[in-house]
Ligand binder design. Structure first.
Ligand code: SF4
Ligand code: SF4
Length: 98
């Protein structure tokens, strides 16, 4: 008689468990819960309004002010991916968390 292994039944997660897991992934930094330091510091005296940070941010964290300089309009969306501060040619942006 051949060895028959019991068939593995995948454990299905409930909708609430899935949502909790997604929330865990989403909330990673204290500022994403409205606490702690803001995600970024902007030394805008050095900014030349080149728009790189605003257009490269995958989370659309920045909005331009009337002079085209970035405003951190949606800080809770920032994932600390580093794209903005690595691409800023004038070293305007630094992180409070990295
Ligand atoms: S670190 Fe990433 S997500 Fe945060 S503002 Fe910069 S580019 Fe956007
Ligand atoms: S990339 Fe730097 S210099 Fe360009 S707009 Fe953003 S902060 Fe200003």
């Amino acid at each position: 008689m051949p060895d028959e292994k019991p068939e593995e039944v995948p454990v299905k997660k409930t909708a609430a468990e899935k949502e909790a897991q997604t929330e865990d992934k989403k909330i990673k930094y204290s500022y994403q819960e409205g606490k702690g330091l803001p995600p970024l510091n902007l030394y805008l005296h050095w900014c030349k309004a080149c728009n790189i940070c605003i257009s490269f941010c995958p989370q659309k964290v920045f909005d331009p002010d009337r002079d085209g300089r970035p405003i951190v309009a949606r800080p809770e969306k920032c994932t600390q991916c580093a794209i903005c501060w690595l691409h800023c040619p004038d070293f305007v942006i630094t992180s409070n968390y990295k």
